[in-house]
Every structure is written in structure tokens, then in C-alpha cells.
Design a protein around this ligand. Structure first.
Ligand code: AMP
Length: 469
């Protein structure tokens, strides 16, 4: 027998149940975010005595549980719909590629040198989990040679071996678009507008767009010469890391966030002063269309971004609702040389990737785009044994009404408890009397006044649709 304080199972959050609740805490931490059904269903598991799990998610990864995962799916669907309306088709590429595909991103970038999950497979070939999708999409373009312009959108997880912290994971999700086959400045502005409008559709207001032109092969070399000379003149003022970066890729010194580098970077020559007439005109064209679309932007002459392939237009979206170093919620630019680099015909291209995980944190901070308050419209309470719930559930789902139910022939009271927790706005109740009379009770579960009405079973779908619109 257990003494009062001896080895009694302690009623703590089960690690697996608890993590569902943790997600709930995480999303309801912010004032405006509604509690999701997952928070509740997760918390049903909370008071159980369980041992520590043997396995947990690898460092830098996380389980995204129902509720939060449904919210993420809703975000992806919203993005996909917006992209489809702008003429972008959905593309899906493998999660791993020949290592060489990603090596083309630039041997001097952290993503390639330090952060890639590369491995040798059983066939002896070297592959890498994709750290981003542009290279995969351009590889697909080169492989399939579709008609141009080829406008596609994508979504899915990316993998980078980074130091995990809030808003920075080793597996994270992106949505994005790529457009290959034209360098019309109108498409640069089109994709920037697509991202901008998408953030607005989610309800985000604290988004800033930073814009730059990185020039092209005709004018960038002169700029790089000037930049390198300037940094060499000020070498002793630069951090040790930036002195090293200067040897490999002078442009990336501009990306340093180290405080000791900032004064030197602030006074460095800027690319826009070196643009050739053609690239200058292209940049002006992009800005002109953005102005017409009334999309505000800051010209950010030191914006270089993380990957080496960018040419001409580059841009980044930040959220002022997020903390400093993790405040980028998306970015992209032109990569006119990448298709040729991957063995295809010289083809201009432009795209962006938006960080889904971080966008959702920004949504939490701004109190917008919360988790759906319920996954279902109707909760079925069947006190005749449970078969009726199966039949009615199937009929309602076929008619497009999302339903859930209780199991194990529980009492009416117990079933109502589950119905309340489900967050469904309506319950329908079927007992022996209703079964005999061919009726069903419809009961509202939300709001001050809980109404209950009896309707003929034959009109149930119609009655529910009226109430759900
Ligand atoms: P990039 O592919 O580096 O241009 O990143 C595009 C967007 O993906 C960034 O603006 C972030 O929102 C997001 N992102 C990049 N790396 C991570 C990461 N390790 N964890 C979470 N989000 C990320």
C-alpha cells in the first residue's frame, strides 16, 4: 500500500498530453488568441501519471499538434489560393536532392557550408535534405523544360542545422513562389505584391518591406572591387569573423549583425550607386509598379540576404512585432544565373520564401489569425447506443457539415461534457423518443441563450445549414 507521500503517482502533465497543453499555453499566451480545440482535447490527457517518454523530438524540431497544425494548414491554404488566383501552379519536389543541387547556392554561404543535412545513401551517392526550395524548383525547371513563364508555388518543410532558438528551428516550413522565364520588372512587383497582400489577408499590420538591387554581372564586379578596397582600408575595425568573411565573400560582410562591424558597414559604398543604366532602369521599373500598387517599401542598400545566387531585385519582409534577430518573416529576389548554373538554358527567375512558423508567431503577437475555435460544426449526442451517431455523422459529413461524436455509449451528461469541450457551436441529440418519432433535437452550445428545437430527421441537414450560415 502506498503511504500518503510515497511513490504515489503524481498528477502531472503527461509529457505527451502536456505538450498538447503547452501548445495551448503557447497560443493562448497572447491576449487575443482564442483557445483552440486542441488545447482542450490535449488537456484531457493532462492528469495522468506517465513515465518520461523514451523518445522525444530531435533538438530544433517540434511536434505541431491538432489545433496549431490546423492553423498552419489554414495558412498554407490561404497562401495557395492567393497564388493560384495570380496564375501560379502548385509544384511538389522531393525533400532531398542530389547534394550538388544545393552546392550551387554558393560555397561561401552558411546554408551550404555549415547548415546542410547531407548524407551518403545506400547507393553511395551524396544527398541533402533541402535547406530551401528555390534550387529544387529551378532543378525541376531544368529537368522538365516547361513553357515559360513558369509560375509555381510551393509549401513544405526545410532543414537547416542551425542553433535552435525562439523562431529558429532545424525543421521549419515555408510557403513560396518562383517565376522563371521573364525579367520583366512587372513580375518582380507582382510577386512582392502577392506576399504583401498575403500578410494583409492574415491580418498582419506590422510588416515592413525592404528592397534593394544587387546589380548583375555587368555592374556588380566594380562594386565588389570598391567594397573590398573599402573594407581592406578599414580592416582593423572589423570583427575577426568579418575579416574572414571578407576573404570569402565581401558582400556578406554587409550582413554582419556584430555591433563592432556596424560603423564600418554604415559608411560602406552601396550597390545602388554602381548600378548600370539597364539594372538601374529595371530597379526603377520595379519601384514604379510598387508605387502604383501603393505598397510601401524602404530602400535598403545593405540588404544582401543569405544566399549567393541573388542578382538585381532583392527584398525582405520583417515584422516589427517580432524580436530583432528573428524578425524576418520572408524574403526573396532575382536569380537570373541559377538555371544556367544548374545546367539549363540561361533563364531569368525570381521568387520568395516566407517562413510559416515565424509568420504564425507574428500573428500571435498581433493577435490575428488564431487557431480555429472548433474543428467541427456539429457534435452528435446519441443515447441509443451509438449506431445512429455513425449513420447521421456520415450523412452530415457527406453534406459538407463537419461532425464529431462521443464513443463508448456514455451517459447523456458525459456526452454533453465532451460536446462542450469540442467547441462545436451546435449539438444534436438523439434518444429513444426521437428515434421512435423520426425527430432530432438541435441544441445551441454557444452564446447566452441555449436553444433546443425538435426537427424532423428528414429536414436535419437543411435546418443545420440554416443555423451554420
Ligand atoms: P531564407 O530561405 O533564408 O531566405 O528564409 C526565408 C524565411 O524563412 C525567413 O524570412 C524566415 O521567416 C524563415 N526561416 C529561415 N530559416 C528559418 C529557421 N531556421 N527557422 C524558422 N524559420 C526560418
Amino acid at each position: 500500500m502506498l503511504g500518503p507521500e510515497q511513490d504515489a503517482p503524481s498528477f502531472v502533465h503527461a509529457d505527451w498530453g502536456g505538450s498538447a497543453c503547452d501548445i495551448g499555453l503557447y497560443s493562448s499566451r497572447k491576449r487575443h488568441v482564442r483557445e483552440s480545440p486542441a488545447d482542450r482535447s490535449g488537456c484531457q490527457l493532462a492528469f495522468q501519471a506517465v513515465a518520461k517518454p523514451t523518445f522525444k523530438t530531435p533538438k530544433g524540431t517540434r511536434d505541431i499538434l491538432p489545433g496549431e497544425a490546423d492553423r498552419q494548414r489554414a495558412l498554407v491554404n490561404t497562401f495557395g489560393e492567393a497564388a493560384r488566383r495570380a496564375g501560379y501552379g502548385h509544384v511538389m519536389t522531393p525533400m532531398f536532392e542530389d547534394l550538388g543541387v544545393f552546392k550551387r547556392l554558393g560555397e561561401a554561404t552558411d546554408v551550404v557550408t555549415k547548415e546542410m543535412y547531407d548524407f551518403e545513401a545506400k547507393d553511395g551517392k551524396r544527398y541533402a535534405l533541402r535547406p530551401e526550395l528555390t534550387a529544387s524548383v529551378v532543378r525541376a525547371f531544368v529537368q522538365h523544360r516547361p513553357l515559360i513563364p513558369w509560375k509555381v508555388w510551393y509549401e513544405g518543410p526545410q532543414f537547416r542545422y542551425e542553433r535552435p532558438q525562439a523562431g529558429r528551428y532545424r525543421q521549419f516550413s515555408q510557403v513560396g513562389v518562383e517565376a522563371l522565364g521573364t525579367d520583366d520588372p512587372a513580375i518582380d512587383a507582382e510577386i512582392i505584391a502577392l506576399a504583401w497582400d498575403f500578410y494583409a489577408t492574415l491580418g498582419l499590420r506590422q510588416v515592413t518591406l525592404m528592397l534593394n538591387s544587387l546589380g548583375d554581372a555587368t555592374c556588380r564586379p566594380a562594386y565588389l572591387d570598391a567594397l573590398t578596397a573599402y573594407f581592406n582600408d578599414n580592416l582593423s575595425l572589423l570583427s575577426e569573423q568579418s575579416q574572414y568573411t571578407l576573404q570569402v565573400n565581401p558582400l556578406r560582410v554587409l550582413d554582419s549583425k556584430r555591433p563592432e562591424d556596424q560603423a564600418v558597414i554604415d559608411a560602406a559604398p552601396i550597390m545602388v550607386d554602381f548600378l548600370s543604366p539597364e539594372t538601374g532602369e529595371h530597379f526603377a521599373g520595379v519601384r514604379r509598379v510598387l508605387d502604383r500598387l501603393e505598397i510601401p517599401y524602404d530602400i535598403s542598400p545593405r540588404l544582401v540576404r543569405g544566399l549567393d545566387y541573388y542578382t538585381r531585385t532583392t527584398f525582405e519582409f520583417t515584422s516589427t512585432a517580432l524580436q530583432g534577430s528573428q524578425n524576418a518573416i520572408g524574403g526573396g529576389g532575382r536569380y537570373d544565373g541559377l538555371a544556367a548554373d544548374l545546367g539549363g538554358p540561361a533563364t531569368p527567375g525570381i521568387g520568395f520564401a516566407l517562413g510559416v512558423d515565424r509568420i504564425l508567431i507574428a500573428c500571435d503577437e498581433e493577435g490575428v489569425f488564431g487557431a480555429p475555435s472548433s474543428l467541427v460544426d456539429v457534435f452528435i449526442i446519441d443515447v441509443t447506443g451509438g449506431d445512429e451517431a455513425a449513420v447521421i455523422g456520415s450523412q452530415l459529413q457527406t453534406a459538407g457539415i463537419a461532425t464529431d461524436r462521443a464513443y463508448d455509449a456514455r451517459s447523456m451528461r458525459a456526452q454533453f461534457k465532451v460536446a462542450d469541450k469540442s467547441g462545436a457551436p451546435i449539438a444534436i441529440v438523439i434518444g429513444e423518443d426521437e428515434l421512435a418519432a423520426g425527430t432530432i433535437q438541435i441544441r445551441t452550445l454557444q452564446g447566452e441563450e441555449r436553444e433546443q428545437t425538435s426537427v424532423a430527421r428528414t429536414t436535419l441537414i437543411e435546418e443545420l445549414k440554416k443555423r451554420l450560415t
